[in-house]
Design a protein around this ligand. Sequence first.
Ligand SMILES: Cc1cc2nc3c(=O)[nH]c(=O)nc-3n(C[C@H](O)[C@H](O)[C@H](O)COP(=O)(O)OP(=O)(O)OC[C@H]3O[C@@H](n4cnc5c(N)ncnc54)[C@H](O)[C@@H]3O)c2cc1C
Length: 381
Amino acid sequence: MKVGILGAGPAGLYASILIKRDFPTAEIKIFDQSPANATWGFGVVFSEAALAFLRKDDPETADLIEPHMETWSDIRLTHKGETVAIDGIGFSAIGRLQLLLLLQQRAAQFGVQPVYDTLIEDLSVFDDCDLVVAADGLNSAIRASARQGFGEAMYHLHNRFCWYGTDKPFEALTQTFEETDFGCFNAHHYRFAPDRSTFLVECDEAAFKKAGFADMAEPEYRKICEEIFADTLGGAKLICNNSIWRQFPVLTNRHWYHGNRVLVGDALHTAHYSIGSGTRLAMEDVVALVRALKDCDGDVAAALPLYQSQRKPIVDKLCTAATTSANWYEDFAQHMELDPWRFAKSYIRRSNRLSGDQIRGMSPEFAMGLEAHGIDIEEAA
Ligand SMILES: Cc1cc2nc3c(=O)[nH]c(=O)nc-3n(C[C@H](O)[C@H](O)[C@H](O)COP(=O)(O)OP(=O)(O)OC[C@H]3O[C@@H](n4cnc5c(N)ncnc54)[C@H](O)[C@@H]3O)c2cc1C
């Protein structure tokens, strides 16, 4: 089997690993426009205390990655100067570059040599392939080659966000909400290495416009963000890496394959960063794709519909939860009128998925805190 993979991000690298593991005679060519040791962004967070989702299918890769992860067991919300901890929500994080380097190492063990620094504009490079894996992220050239065939649909959320790092290691995944003269701001910050944290700043459209960020150069708006979150940063500076203001794109595709071209990861779907699942979803897509190939003895035409039918219901559920969560953030300025504990309850119930009993079971200390503040846990947020 000849396999072409576009993109050596988490999805592309992991596809090369699993395909070579399960089809050792497969010939793989994989390209990425970036150098091997460069990436945008900082850390990525996984919505589990560990890589349980990988462990069952691929313990070797889980063993390689896990020692490099930062983990914690609660989320903290800081609002009106008070921090409320929601216990029992396990998260782990790793630097994006670190994750890619580890996946590169594992791919090399299978003899995969990605071709870096190579932007693919002409897809005929894959003409001799039996299978073409579109792991080329949100702006996928492969998806763009047949938007209607894939049934692409995309819209953007209203809030603006900008992804920074900082050398202050935050203790836990914390979200800090601040009211300013411009309007309301929120920072999602968490440690992804012993000496480094992600610091993602978010604001609504009104605050973005009032602050005039659209007309500013990056150092200017970085300084304003540092001032807004001065107490949280405690003197630390924000670190820039392609830190531009963006609106989160919500992407879906009705058809996950077109001919022998198949979408995985961000080329296929996005899941709002507030549920920390983009990288995990990308890697799980690849697990499902390679499992379908295996179940069909490498018959690509049979495997692609199987991949879609088995994986899509799971992805749809998660993406719906991500969108519901994103919608809560779209109105976060309004939620900030609540006192810190009511605000925290509104946050935890934002996906309408958790009953009072479930919250008590998952986060007993938080539930006791709500009751101590006279808040009815059963009442809808
Ligand atoms: C602000 C923000 C925060 C996020 N936070 C988290 C988080 O906390 N946790 C989490 O799990 N996920 C997070 N994500 C999402 C996560 O980064 C993505 O879901 C994940 O990277 C998807 O992996 P991928 O391999 O599908 O795509 P990508 O990581 O986008 O990789 C695509 C690769 O394809 C290459 N490529 C594209 N086109 C071409 C071309 N024509 N030629 C050659 N190479 C090409 C690119 O260089 C890139 O390396 C976040 C995303 C954003 C924007």
